[in-house]
Design a binder for this molecule. Structure first.
Ligand SMILES: Cc1cc2nc3c(=O)[nH]c(=O)nc-3n(C[C@H](O)[C@H](O)[C@H](O)COP(=O)(O)O)c2cc1C
Length: 216
């Protein structure tokens, strides 16, 4: 087993690649947005980028519900907030903390010019008679959908937009499906808020050397 070589020993990269790598590094989760609308052209470009993600058997299991109007965002945020409140109450979390959490979640969703609910569908994936392979097939669909999500976040960043993945729909998939009138086979995985950034963020990462082993 061998750890990463020092940076200077890594192979040289082309200028175009370097731009792409800078883009990867400079993307941040942005949670506050300016009120300007995001054009349909940009939304379309971002969704196209998501649609070019790799997927298991190239089955493209991702599905996207794009919330543009204030009404569906408000309706979804309110319904998810109600469930978040109930979950936190059951956990015994103090009221003041619950109010803050619910309010923050509501603000983030309704304050975003665009919300994209990311779902997966198993309809085109393989089927198996046994639970073990069914589960693995489902995991492959979630992995593929997450890759589409990453494409989406990077495309948004490259077009000057900010975005943030929020996990809330994963906890209340039926609620999200019913609230938005989504097809029955769509399984909500998360949502991405999108808009022109009203904040800047700095993040760090653990050293790569803690995450990588070379096995020769
Ligand atoms: C699967 C997943 C779920 C996330 N859920 C939330 C969330 O519910 N709320 C939130 O504010 N950020 C959420 N994030 C964003 C992470 O907090 C963020 O990616 C992380 O802090 C690293 O920051 P960066 O994206 O700016 O590099 C989520 C990210 C991922 C990948």
């Amino acid at each position: 087993m061998q750890r990463l070589p020092p940076t200077g020993l890594r192979p040289p990269i082309s200028p175009a690649m370097n731009t792409f790598l800078s883009l990867l590094r400079s993307r941040r989760s942005i949670r506050r947005y300016r009120p300007e609308p995001v054009s349909q052209t940009l939304v379309q470009q971002i969704l196209e980028a998501a649609n070019w993600a790799p997927s298991a058997h190239n089955r493209q299991p991702w599905r996207f519900a794009v919330l543009r109007g204030q009404q569906p965002k408000d309706r979804l945020a309110t319904a998810m907030g109600r469930r978040l409140r109930a979950d936190l109450e059951a956990d015994g979390v103090p009221d003041s903390v619950i109010e803050k959490d619910v309010h923050r979640s509501y603000q983030r969703i309704t304050g975003a010019p665009i919300v994209i609910v990311i779902c997966l569908s198993m309809e085109d994936m393989d089927t198996y008679p046994d639970e073990r392979r069914r589960r693995n097939e489902w995991i492959m669909a979630t992995q593929s959908t997450a890759m589409a999500g990453q494409n989406l976040l990077l495309a948004a960043h490259s077009l000057g937009l900010g975005a943030c993945w929020m996990c809330a729909p994963l906890f209340v998939p039926e609620l999200v499906r019913e609230n938005l009138g989504l097809p029955g086979e769509w399984e909500p995985q998360g949502l991405v808020t999108l808009g022109y950034p009203a904040e800047t963020k700095i993040k760090t990462r653990h050293p790569l050397s803690e995450k990588v082993l070379f096995v020769d």
